[in-house]
Design a protein around this ligand. Structure first.
Ligand code: ATP
Length: 364
């Protein structure tokens, strides 16, 4: 456990009957950080959050909050409010009554309640709706009420389960800014479960990637993007070209890996010592490969591939290609570059990259 850990999952397992939903989780959540938990559907994200909220009890292991074991502490006795997609606002109460609710439950006196509710209504810019029934609010307004209701007690940690997934794209981005600013301003620890890579990567200090009940990788967005630990993470992020093969030579700083698509040089990864004959998988992210009509100059990696199609993603486009052995390749390019290359489906091009653009997966 680090000094800064507010929450510690220490060997936590969660089983539902014979089914293991969370498999031995060891995770420190730092005080004041914005931690996003991502992973495919059913990988155990919500279960992890619910254990922290006290809505599920771990089957094994210990969860500590500020150094104290909270495994058996009921929800209402821990300061871990949760905001989720369906919000669960009280439908027959007004905005003010919803926000005031948990202060009432804690026996906070009336004057203090009014003051604190007033501050939060202001902060979330919902004062003008204070006396409106929550049923008569827009999605974004309801989201602000839910946040005010959870934060009015000034908890040390806020749990958010896909809170923005029901909002339209524009509102989503706006609420991301609201959440991000709020978290920085208050210094509260946020634990945020999401399917959305763009949400996680734009807001979080650290991201946890889970698969089938296991943590695959924890790191800041940059680290995870540039240096995925496992094949699952690389595939999950979807922006990497993946090559698996066998080490044919180790020379100086680089390793030569023979894959079905060809033999390529990759810089060594200190986290994965390799010797000739070892199996190895490396990735090259789609923004680090180049497309050319000429074969590469000496020292560069290269393979010939056929253009399958282009996918427009705003300012850039992703060109999908296929190597002779069927390996799928992606290259992210600006529209200007594409215009110059003048590619059409079926065209043969060279895909090139430098040895240091490759990253050997330590966990695969
Ligand atoms: P999603 O992104 O789809 O919400 P998730 O990663 O949040 O998925 P969880 O809700 O944590 O996944 O569920 C993890 C696994 O545990 C799933 O296979 C789910 O069906 C199972 N599970 C969750 N709650 C229960 C329960 N109460 N009883 C039995 N199985 C459960």
């Amino acid at each position: 456990m680090t000094d800064q850990a507010l929450v510690v999952f220490d060997g936590v397992v969660k089983q539902f009957g014979g089914f293991v939903a969370v498999e031995r989780m060891d995770l420190d959540i730092r005080k004041g950080e914005f931690l996003a938990i991502m992973g495919s559907s059913g990988c155990g994200k919500t279960t992890t959050l619910r254990m922290l909220a006290g809505l599920e009890a771990p089957s094994q292991g210990e969860i500590r909050l500020a150094g104290k074991r909270i495994n058996d502490l009921p929800t209402w006795q821990r300061d871990t409010p949760m905001v989720w997609q369906s919000l669960a606002l009280f439908p027959f109460l007004t905005v003010r009554e919803n926000v005031e609710f948990s202060l009432r439950m804690r026996g906070v006196d009336k004057a203090d309640r009014r003051r604190r509710v007033g501050t939060w209504l202001e902060r979330m810019q919902i004062t003008e709706f204070a006396d409106r029934n929550v049923a008569h609010l827009s999605g974004g307004q309801r989201q602000r009420v839910a946040l005010a209701r959870s934060l009015v007690t000034e908890p040390e940690i806020l749990l958010l389960d896909e809170p923005l997934s029901a909002l339209d794209a524009h509102l989503k981005v706006r609420m991301q800014t609201v959440l991000s600013n709020l978290q920085k301003e208050l210094g509260i620890t946020f634990v945020y479960v999401t399917h959305s890579q763009s949400e996680a990567f734009s807001m979080a200090d650290r991201v946890v990637i889970m698969s089938r009940g296991r943590v695959e990788q924890i790191g800041n967005p940059q680290e995870i993007y540039r240096a995925p630990r496992t094949r699952f993470v690389a595939e999950f992020l979807g922006s990497s070209n993946i090559f698996a093969g066998q080490v044919s030579a180790v020379t100086g700083d680089t390793v030569r890996i023979a894959s079905a698509a060809g033999e390529f040089h990759v810089v060594r990864n200190p986290a994965k010592p390799l010797a000739k004959g070892d199996k190895a998988t490396f990735v090259v992210s789609d923004d680090r490969v180049h497309l050319a009509n000429q074969p590469p100059s000496a020292g560069l990696n290269g393979l010939q591939a056929v253009v399958v199609g282009e996918e427009f993603v705003g300012a850039t486009a992703v060109v999908h290609l296929e190597a002779a052995d069927g390996t799928e390749i992606k290259a992210q390019k600006s529209h200007d570059e594409l215009e110059q290359l003048n590619l059409s489906p079926g065209a043969k091009v060279w895909v090139t990259w430098r040895a240091d653009a490759g990253h050997i997966l330590p966990g695969a």
